[in-house]
Ligand binder design. Structure first.
Ligand SMILES: [Zn+2]
Length: 251
């Protein structure tokens, strides 16, 4: 029932600089989270910043949250993304920390980020942008949490994820994010980019089309995904059975 040493070590040494919390406080939280997992508790005591910890029932997950709505959003996202990958043949329990955080004033990131070496997803409570003209709220934040969790799962279960160019990692993350989106929100997302068409060819998924901006790229990715088999397209990509053509060397 112990957190894998890697996650404990990386999390504790990778104390957030952007969280707004003092490093010492954050360190206590992380240590507490490792202890929580060690004792297989699903929820433990509050910190002095009213942040609580949970595992959502997973052995190697830590959720840092405030209030039951954030906890429910995190557990729903973890469950949905895990189920999505299980359904296409990739059974793997998530190994990740999920953190809701207040957005630092000096952070240029839009909605949060995925820290791959630290196996950590951070989602901001307040967004710097209005993606697809949506007001930032917990439902929208939870949608981006799914996006970041998909990134984490692709790196965890993909055959050779480092062979996928960044644009393809984003293609998969946006396509599944929209696929798992609340239908009412998805309708507004699609309406905001009504002129965006699917990519004609897979080679059109590249750094240039990615450069057209995340809102349009996401919708083009989702429409392409839907037109080309949906989850089965992702399965083929992750299994290495479909190698997307690239217009530049993979990173
Ligand atoms: Zn992404």
């Amino acid at each position: 029932m112990r957190l894998p040493p890697k996650l404990c070590r990386l999390s504790s040494s990778n104390v957030r600089r952007k969280s707004g919390l003092p490093a010492s406080c954050r360190r206590v939280l992380i240590i507490a989270s490792c202890l929580a997992l060690g004792f297989a508790q699903t929820s433990i005591a509050q910190s002095s910043h009213n942040e609580q910890l949970s595992t959502c029932g997973y052995k190697a997950v830590v959720v840092i949250y405030r209030g039951t709505a954030e906890l429910a959003a995190a557990c729903d996202a973890l469950n949905e993304v895990t189920a999505y990958f299980r359904a296409i043949g990739f059974e793997a329990a998530p190994v990740v920390s999920v953190e809701f955080a207040d957005r630092p004033a000096d952070d240029t990131g839009a909605h949060g980020y995925f820290d791959r070496p630290g196996a950590r997803v951070v989602v901001y409570r307040a967004g710097a942008v209005r993606p697809w003209s949506l007001s930032w709220n917990l439902a929208v934040a939870a949608s981006f949490l799914r996006h970041e969790l998909v990134h984490a799962m692709v790196w965890r279960v993909g055959k050779e994820p480092n062979r996928l160019p960044r644009e393809w990692h984003e293609f998969i993350a946006y396509a599944i994010q929209l696929d798992l989106m609340d239908p009412n929100i998805l309708e507004r997302v699609l309406a905001s980019q009504a002129d965006v068409q699917p990519f004609d060819e897979l080679i059109a998924v590249n750094e240039f089309t990615y450069g057209m901006g995340p809102e349009a790229f996401a919708v083009a990715a989702y429409k392409t995904y839907r037109a080309r088999g949906g989850a089965q397209l992702v399965r083929q990509l992750l299994a290495g059975k479909l190698v997307p053509p690239v217009s530049h060397p993979p990173h």
